[in-house]
Write a protein that binds this ligand. Sequence first.
Ligand SMILES: *Cc1c(COP(=O)(O)O)cnc(C)c1O
Length: 244
Amino acid sequence: MANEFAPCTEAQKQAVLERLAAIRQKIAAACQDSGRSESEVTLMAVTKTVSPELINLAVDAGVTTLGENRVQEYLSKRDAYRADAEVQFIGHLQTNKVKQIIDKVTLIHSVDSLHLAEAISKAAEKQGIVMPVLLEVNIGGEASKSGVSPDELPALLDAVQKLPAVRADGLMTIPPPMTDEAEQIRVFTQMKQLFDSLRQSVPMQVLSMGMSGDYEAAVRCGATIVRIGSALFGARSYPPKNEG
Ligand SMILES: *Cc1c(COP(=O)(O)O)cnc(C)c1O
């Protein structure tokens, strides 16, 4: 796949740099509004369908963290990535693909079942590492979305903590698309409260929420990682295959 990408035009590159600057300003403003320090928020560049050339341009411009959501796409592109970018996995992960990425990512955002956590723990043990993970919460309660309900979360967290080679570092959510800002704030506040209540007994630091359409609200509500794709790289054109 890496070589299926046409070289980028200067105009495309310029557009990415301009969007990146605008996103940074908005994150800074949201931090200021909510009395947070900018250093608390990581801007993750979500790379699906994006050429390595543009991804590396974002890294050159100071983006430290890349978000991958398809195993095959990531494996086909990673050799072309700048080696110093930190790569995290954010997509739905099938247990049989865990071993393909376990030694190539620093955080898995999308643990939505004990079954998956067990597979990650097993693969991590084989590598002699402990894999940090986030538990994915279906905060909107949509049947089509992955993630556990807030009610199921304490039991999953308990069980994950008993596994030898995973460490629960926090929570992640993909809420339903919301254009209304008050609605965004309501949902992200719910996530933050859930996060804070669990943190009374488990030391977790990472709250991964906010995408292109709602990251400012997410930052105001306490997100520590915002995952941004289209607002940075432009609209995606999907390849025919959609694999996890
Ligand atoms: C694609 C994707 C994003 C980024 O979506 P945009 O709306 O383009 O910013 C964030 N998180 C996950 C899990 C994704 O799959």
